[in-house]
Design a binder for this molecule. Structure first.
Ligand SMILES: [Zn+2]
Length: 209
């Protein structure tokens, strides 16, 4: 009964424990353990491992539920040095339209506000989205980022994404930025898949820092 009426009484509740008023309460968010990983020469900071409440919240984001943007941005914020330019690793326009928003763009905007930085929406992703593709196809999806015309590339920037899986997407985004003269400081992600479950390609491997 409670489960049935709760959504009517409280439009938003914690995905972990059901506490009303937030998509992810501080207690449940506190279960995430942040860590550093090295992806070739790219340093990635993750708020936690992909599982539990983080996984549930990220999947809810991908379903278009905005209630998880603020709590996940708050988890990302400590991974972002103050005053940093954040470049969101955007999804395709088609997928963002289906969802109602681009989660990386929204997370970057919120994290930038929390850390007195700026979100610079400079990357554009084209081509097939990764979801539903096999691992090999996802790896082949490299080379799909382009610079948005008319947007200045910041001299230094931190990439921001929701999930790190194979690292192929982050690598590609970093390559495009670097080619445009940007010093890529690394990346911050909400969650990473545990090393070994999906390992990076091309001899790279996650090294916990
Ligand atoms: Zn909770």
């Amino acid at each position: 009964m409670w489960t049935a009426i709760r959504p009517w009484l409280f439009p938003v509740w914690c995905i972990g424990c059901g506490e009303p008023g937030t998509g992810l309460c501080a207690g449940c968010a506190g279960s995430a353990r942040s860590r550093g990983l090295t992806l070739d020469d790219l340093t990635v900071r993750a708020a936690g491992e992909y599982g539990g409440v983080l996984r549930d919240a990220i999947l809810a984001l991908k379903r278009g539920e905005r209630a998880y943007l603020d709590p996940l941005a708050a988890l990302l914020a400590p991974l972002v040095p103050p005053g940093t330019s954040l470049v969101p690793v955007t999804t395709t326009r088609r997928r963002a339209a289906a969802r109602g928003f681009d989660q990386a763009r929204e997370l970057a905007r919120r994290a930038a506000v929390l850390r007195a930085g700026v979100a610079v929406d400079v990357l554009e992703k084209r081509g097939a989205a990764q979801r539903g593709l096999g691992r090999g196809d996802r790896l082949d999806a490299r080379g799909r980022f382009f610079l948005r015309p008319g947007v200045a590339v910041p001299p230094r920037a931190l990439l921001l994404d929701d999930v790190l899986t194979t690292g192929a997407t982050l690598r590609d985004a970093a390559r495009v930025l670097a080619a445009a003269g940007c010093c890529v400081l690394g990346a911050a992600v909400v969650a990473h898949t545990p090393p070994g479950r999906e390992t990076p390609r091309s001899g790279g491997r996650f090294v916990e820092a």
